[in-house]
Design a protein around this ligand. Structure first.
Ligand SMILES: Cc1ncc(COP(=O)(O)O)c(C=O)c1O
Length: 371
């Protein structure tokens, strides 16, 4: 008998979500309709930002922020090697040159000292990331940016619901983007939202996402060059349904993480994710452990797969991706802390409604594989 596979991720969609999406489908207002604004208002309120602009993806949001920041050909932008490639792609697409600063070995987020050391006269900005839903050192990064006259963008695509120094990510005055891919804390299928504390930037974002049209969507009036980065109304409706239950979804994710923590305490050879502290409250996005040095991670993954457990490398270091090596000549040794971590990280199945017995199966498979 073939064992049932425990998937790496699954979206949590309920009848309320279906109802809201159907309502929009039946209304005939599939795009540029009222659900977008409603979703933006609710999400902005949830994260404590005065303004939000819904977009077709987290990448689209980050790209527009880099476009607005005015990244030019050859401008250096400092970012983290421990991220999804979009964190760097968003400014490379504008002509920026990536400079990778190393991460803190515990948080896996940008180490502010490494960021400051990487600044040159060509540096124009910093794209930070709240990796695996763990808030980055926003205040220190902001102070560095201010000291050196740089812009700062927070890639919060993985961090909806996280809190830094007692206030939600999104509320700290720094522009950032959240992503809503199906594995995220809130999903719209594909999609994202940019939060900003500047009314002017908000207007620009709404214009740029709609081919540079006047932000009030005056019919075919285009004062600037823009993109088509619009979210649809049925995606926004799904977002509204997800937002209504976000607290519950986050609590379910925390409970799953806590259960993994207990189960893994009896397993040698893996390090659990970093715990919260007074200044950093993680929003659980994925559950990533580090295998001990010397363990063959690929063999572990293979053995887990044989036992019907989906797990994966998450994430490979960005600067060592083939296109990065080819374009910029990056190689091993550029960011040793990140490289060591990325060589050992392993994402376990993780989603709000992951059953306790499936988690036990996952941990048993991991224990067997490590042995
Ligand atoms: C850290 C990070 N940045 C950016 C993105 C891009 O988001 P999207 O896939 O919505 O474009 C993701 C999504 O996976 C992410 O994890």
């Amino acid at each position: 008998m073939k064992t049932r596979t425990v998937p790496l991720s699954r979206p949590y969609i309920d009848e309320r979500d279906e109802e809201l999406v159907l309502e929009v489908l039946r209304s005939g207002r599939l795009s540029l309709g009222p659900s977008i604004e409603q979703f933006e208002e609710l999400l902005a309120e949830r994260v404590g930002a005065p303004y939000a602009a819904a977009v077709s993806s987290g990448t689209a949001g980050l790209h527009m922020l880099c476009h607005i920041a005015g990244v030019g050909e050859g401008d250096e932008v400092i970012t983290s090697p421990v991220s999804f490639v979009a964190t760097a792609n968003c400014f490379i697409l504008e002509g920026g040159r990536p400079v990778f600063a190393d991460v803190d070995p515990e948080t896996l987020n940008l180490d502010p000292e490494a960021v400051e050391a990487a600044i040159t006269e060509r540096t124009k900005g910093i794209v930070a990331v709240d990796m695996f839903g763990y808030p980055c050192e926003l205040d220190e990064l902001r102070a560095i940016a201010e000291r050196h006259g740089l812009w700062l963008i927070d890639d919060s695509c993985e961090a909806l619901g996280a809190e830094y120094k007692g206030a939600p990510i999104g509320s700290h005055g720094i522009s950032g983007a959240f992503g809503f891919y199906p594995n995220k804390q809130l999903t719209t299928g594909e999609g994202g939202i940019v939060t900003t504390h500047s009314e002017e930037e908000w207007h620009l974002l709404k214009s740029l996402r709609n081919q540079g049209r006047s932000y009030d969507s005056r019919w075919f009036h285009h004062p600037r060059l823009g993109f088509n980065y619009r979210l649809t109304d049925f995606q926004a409706a799904l977002g509204i349904g997800q937002l209504e239950k976000l607290d519950r979804l986050l609590a379910m994710r925390s409970a799953v993480a806590a259960r993994y923590g207990e189960l893994l305490s009896a397993v040698d050879g893996v390090e659990p994710p970093l715990a919260d502290d007074a200044d950093h409250v993680r929003s659980w996005f994925v559950y990533v452990v580090k295998v001990a040095r010397g363990i063959d991670r690929d063999a572990v993954l293979e053995r887990m797969a044989e036992q019907g457990v989906e797990a994966g490398h998450y994430v490979p270091a960005v600067h060592l991706q083939p296109y990065m090596r080819e374009r910029y000549g990056f190689a091993e040794g550029v960011c040793p802390v990140a490289e060591d971590a990325c060589d050992r990280t392993l994402a376990l199945p993780f989603f709000p409604h992951l059953e306790a017995e499936d988690q036990e199966r996952v941990v048993a498979a991991l224990r067997d594989a490590l042995a």
